[in-house]
Design a protein around this ligand. Sequence first.
Ligand SMILES: [Zn+2]
Length: 148
Amino acid sequence: MTAKAASAVVKTNARMNLKYFNIEEFDSPDYQGSAVLHMDRDFLRMLDTARGYSNGTPFKITSGYRTPEKNRAIYKNLGKPEIKSSHLYGRAADIQATTSRDRFNIVNALIKAGFNRIGISGKSGFIHVDNDCDKYGGQKSSDVIWIY
Ligand SMILES: [Zn+2]
């Protein structure tokens, strides 16, 4: 990381005052520093609030912001047509969840914090959450939980 990028990270964290996350945790893996530039601030604030309700279950972020190249690669790898993922707009994160208790604690915390769009993958062990609905200035349906 360059000194300039490091300084941007510190400033963003200070300005946002996130209690549980470093913003680099949301970087696209092919673009260090991308989360500072592209993650939705309201999304991060809500997720930070949710983490406080998780009964100690950590929120390990397995995917945050995605560059268009990274998003394309993920769908190609899955053998599925690419969709306009909310990760492209910095409005989503995937959180590791491999036990039934962790899934409960995470989903409960997300709903308590006001999230209304959640996807659960048992097979791949993660929970997707985004704020890409009209209530929060996004474009997709509210009040949905889907499975992968
Ligand atoms: Zn996701």
